[in-house]
Design a protein around this ligand. Structure first.
Ligand SMILES: Cc1cc2nc3c(=O)[nH]c(=O)nc-3n(C[C@H](O)[C@H](O)[C@H](O)COP(=O)(O)OP(=O)(O)OC[C@H]3O[C@@H](n4cnc5c(N)ncnc54)[C@H](O)[C@@H]3O)c2cc1C
Length: 465
């Protein structure tokens, strides 16, 4: 419970219309896109500017109240599931693009700016902000930075960390910290910016964020390669990378996902195909033409039964809208969807695809596989019903085996969805105990009262559980 005097202080800071305490409102902020048990916060507070963020952090620091910042709540690792006696800080009012600097190619934004809104605003100026998580229509830049979000263009353009030049944030004691710069290079002090990216709200509350922009590609070509076996598709991915071609996007969809997406989006996908590769090359028109031809030839050589090249922008948009609908399409099929994120070195994609098939068979569960194959980042998506205890137990065993396989192939537990609560218990398997200890010591030094998003990443909650 949060005391009435604290609620009154928070009300004074944000105004009475920007704080919620009713139980039915708390329900909304008790869960996110991860399949985890919900936890109701004590209050939800909506700051509208820097001073208000700082004021809230100071009140929470003085009263040892946990803070969980929430952007759109689309994270898939439980990063916004709050502590029962804590507050949720909503960033929806912090949605201003403060500056788009065309000369120096950067943007300064508040954390609640929606990713797609920023992408559209910079595109209107002939610039490009590449990180494009599938959730970009609703996800926020603050959430993207705190999760180090990836997206469909990770292969060529990298992920969020590659675009964060600097930021301002409040630490656990309410100090306003500036890190990074608006210059292309910055070598002063520790790389605090790097530390904050992917920190999932455990090291500070992000305020202004400075992002690198690049010139927009002059040309793009998208295509869909159709395969009779998923092995041929996954071997094509490895072959494209081995041929030193770096498409902007290289996505795979298995038959299970193709059928779900087609049913959902009516995009004209071939439902009998065992797998599809959705590929986009971009850059200078001459390079696009050359790389497009090379990719087409490689797909054919590796056994593609057909290749459809988008002829118009509308056809291109249709391909990517279909891909972006994959998760929603699969989510319609069963009550519970567990989206995994294990990532392997790209050459191991064929092995990982085979391992996923074996795991689905072994545990008698439905796994739809799609994802950023070019990054080695598959999203095996398990469809189940959490109320069926026996099946859900098999799902949990399957998830552990997916993690073990990915680590065995030299991979990682999460390519882009973060650790949160969901992967905290498994982190030691990947990073080792010293890494966990180092992280806990860092956190204890910066946040001795453990008020910043307790329980995430390092697995120690405010309750010490
Ligand atoms: C349909 C769908 C598709 C997706 N596709 C992708 C994808 O392609 N790639 C990918 O990487 N992810 C993807 N995701 C996961 C998710 O969208 C990303 O993790 C995204 O970055 C979360 O943004 P958000 O605004 O929803 O953040 P939230 O879920 O609200 O928060 C995420 C984390 O950031 C912290 N946080 C948020 N704002 C701040 C702040 N101002 N200061 C400090 N901490 C903060 C939160 O406390 C939490 O730990 C997808 C999710 C869905 C549902």
């Amino acid at each position: 419970m949060i005391s009435q005097s604290v609620i009154d202080k928070l009300k004074e800071i944000v105004g009475p219309d920007n704080i919620l305490t009713e139980q039915e409102d708390m329900l909304t902020y008790s869960y996110d896109a991860a399949v985890l048990d919900p936890r109701m916060p004590g209050a939800a507070v909506m700051p509208g500017n820097t001073d208000e963020i700082g004021g809230i952090v100071s009140v929470c620091h003085e009263n040892r109240i946990p803070i969980t910042v929430r952007g759109a709540g689309t994270n898939l690792s439980g990063g916004t599931i709050p502590e029962g006696h804590g507050i949720v800080m909503l960033t929806g009012r912090l949605n201003k693009i403060i500056e788009i600097n065309e000369a120096d190619m950067y943007a300064v934004v508040q954390p609640g700016v929606v990713t797609a809104d920023l992408a559209a605003a910079v595109e209107a100026k002939g610039l490009f902000y590449p990180p494009d998580p599938g959730s970009q229509a609703v996800s926020t830049i603050g959430g993207n930075v705190a999760e180090n979000a990836g997206g469909l263009r990770g292969l060529k353009y990298g992920v969020t960390k590659d675009y964060v030049m600097g930021m301002r944030f409040f630490d656990a004691r309410g100090n306003y910290v500036k890190t990074g710069s608006r210059t292309v290079k910055c070598a002063t002090g520790y790389n605090i910016t790097g530390l904050m990216v992917g920190s999932e709200g455990t090291l500070g509350v992000l305020d202004e964020i400075t992002l690198k922009l690049i010139p927009a590609p002059q040309a793009r070509q998208s295509m869909v390669a159709v395969y009779d076996t998923i092995e041929q598709a996954s071997e094509t991915v490895a072959a494209i990378i081995a041929a030193r071609i770096v498409p902007a996007t290289l996505e795979i969809l298995d038959n299970f996902t193709i059928r779900a997406v087609e049913d959902f989006s009516k995009a004209g996908l071939p439902v009998d195909a065992a797998a599809l590769l959705l590929i986009e090359v971009d850059g200078h028109p001459a390079v696009v033409e050359e790389e497009g031809q090379k990719v087409e030839a490689l797909c054919k050589k590796m056994g593609a039964a057909g290749i459809n090249v988008a002829q118009t922008d509308a056809e291109r948009d249709k391909i990517w809208a279909a891909r972006r609908s994959a998760l929603s399409a699969l989510a319609k099929l069963k009550p519970t969807l567990v989206l995994e994120d294990a990532t392997v070195p790209r050459s191991k994609i064929p092995d990982m695809v085979k391992a996923l098939q074996d795991i689905a068979e072994k545990y008698k569960i439905d796994i739809g596989t799609f994802g950023h194959a070019g990054d080695g980042n598959l999203h095996p998506t398990i469809l189940t019903d959490k109320r069926d205890k026996a099946e859900f137990h098999r799902v949990e065993l399957a998830i552990e085996e997916i993690f073990d396989k990915a680590l065995g192939f030299g991979g990682t537990l999460s390519g882009e969805h973060g650790t949160g609560i969901a992967k905290a218990p498994f982190l030691e398997k990947e990073a080792g105990f010293s890494s966990i200890l180092f992280s806990r010591q860092l956190r204890a030094a910066l946040d001795p009262d453990n008020i910043l998003n307790p329980g995430k990443i390092t697995g120690v909650s405010a309750d010490g559980k």
